[in-house]
Design a binder for this molecule. Structure first.
Ligand SMILES: [Zn+2]
Ligand SMILES: [Zn+2]
Length: 360
């Protein structure tokens, strides 16, 4: 869990003292990098981008020129257009930009590539590829039926598109800052990861309902599934009493798409975040019913291939765990929201219980 720093705030509407962790470093909020190796969408987009880069230096220069401002003095051209212009035997670099007011050669649009490092060049190529890719995606969305989901996606893609376009003009070698759109993660104080550690310790600390070490294994399993789980789209969310929440489901859902889903197909923006690390109380309340039902159904389907031991964990124990969790998540006064236990405290308790068993 790292950085077990705590701070205290007084809740406004009651006198309960609320504990919460201070923000963790970004690294601790991210998906471990190995997710990329198993993500089909990520791999497909990456290979498409690499193909674009493999077309050769001249083709690459021409693509970059289309997204880069002309550097000829006082020229206001913000991106070269070379439509209809043919390469001569020196290649594209003498091609003339056909934009009115420009008419300068391609080389004036790629001055910034001189002395550029490989790392900076990769940032730029990712940026340009993403702009082209998002443009294509927006075109595809516009011909699809106008569902709520498509309107939401269009909105998010357009916002990212605008940030990337600005970035390629002003800071072509820097990772674009998409935090200007919906703010920076985390979006809730005590995250789901912490809440589940609290829950695990609070209910299973004496090995009575389930052994604490087994409850901890289940906690890790549930968190892992939650981090790769695709949330229910707002339209299909089960009815919730909006008065119980400070923010709408839409508010969180947009951020989920932006920080947990988009990095799979837009590689220039941000790293992929773990939903369990950047969301907390409200998201758990919004999503738990649907999440629980999908997780348990998934286990039932998978169980055909499992050993008796795994079945015991993922069918019997998990059902007990999830039923209890559901009951507790809808109890706003539960200690799971303000306990601040660290992972090492939990592990120490497990070791302690194991020692007692051995002595017996
Ligand atoms: Zn131009
Ligand atoms: Zn020009």
């Amino acid at each position: 869990m790292g950085g077990a720093l705590c701070s205290r705030t007084m809740s406004c509407n009651n006198s309960r003292v609320e504990y919460h962790r201070q923000s963790q470093s970004t690294d601790q909020l991210l998906m471990p990098n190995k997710w990329k190796a198993n993500d089909v969408l990520y791999i497909r987009v990456k290979s498409k981008r690499e193909k674009m880069q493999e077309r050769g230096i001249e083709s690459t220069q021409r693509t970059v020129a289309m997204f880069s401002p002309c550097t000829f003095r006082n020229c206001k051209c913000k991106g070269g257009t070379f439509r209809g212009v043919k390469r001569d035997h020196f290649g594209w670099k003498n091609s003339i930009c056909v934009r009115s007011g420009c008419n300068h050669p391609l080389s004036d649009h790629i001055q910034h590539l001189k002395n550029v490092s490989m790392m900076e060049f990769t940032v730029l190529m990712k940026l340009i590829f993403d702009i082209i890719n998002i443009k294509e995606t927006l075109k595809n969305i516009s011909i699809k039926p106008k569902s709520k989901r498509n309107i939401l996606l269009k909105d998010i893609f357009e916002s990212v598109y605008n940030v990337l376009n600005k970035s390629v003009l002003l800071h072509p070698f820097t990772t674009p800052n998409i935090d200007t759109i919906y703010g920076s993660p985390p979006f809730e104080r005590t995250n789901i990861d912490q809440v589940l550690i609290n829950f695990c310790m609070h209910f299973f600390y004496d090995d009575n309902i389930l052994e604490l070490k087994n409850a901890y294994i289940l906690t890790k399993f549930v968190l892992k599934y939650f981090d790769t789980w695709m949330w229910t789209i707002p339209k299909e969310l089960l009815k919730c009493n909006s008065q119980e929440y400070s923010k709408s489901y839409n508010y969180y859902y947009r951020r989920f798409l932006m920080y947990c889903c988009l990095p799979r197909c837009i590689h220039s923006i941000s790293l992929r975040y773990r939903a369990s690390k950047i969301f907390g109380h409200e998201v758990l309340k919004y999503t738990l019913k649907e999440f629980k039902s999908q997780l348990l159904s998934w286990c039932h389907v998978q169980s055909l291939m499992w050993t008796e031991h795994t079945k015991l964990f993922c069918l019997d124990y998990l059902t007990i765990y999830m039923d209890l969790l559901e009951k507790e998540v809808f109890n706003d006064k539960s200690p799971i929201w303000y306990m601040d236990l660290t992972l090492s405290e939990l592990k120490d308790k497990i070791s302690f219980l194991e020692c007692i068993k051995i002595r017996k």
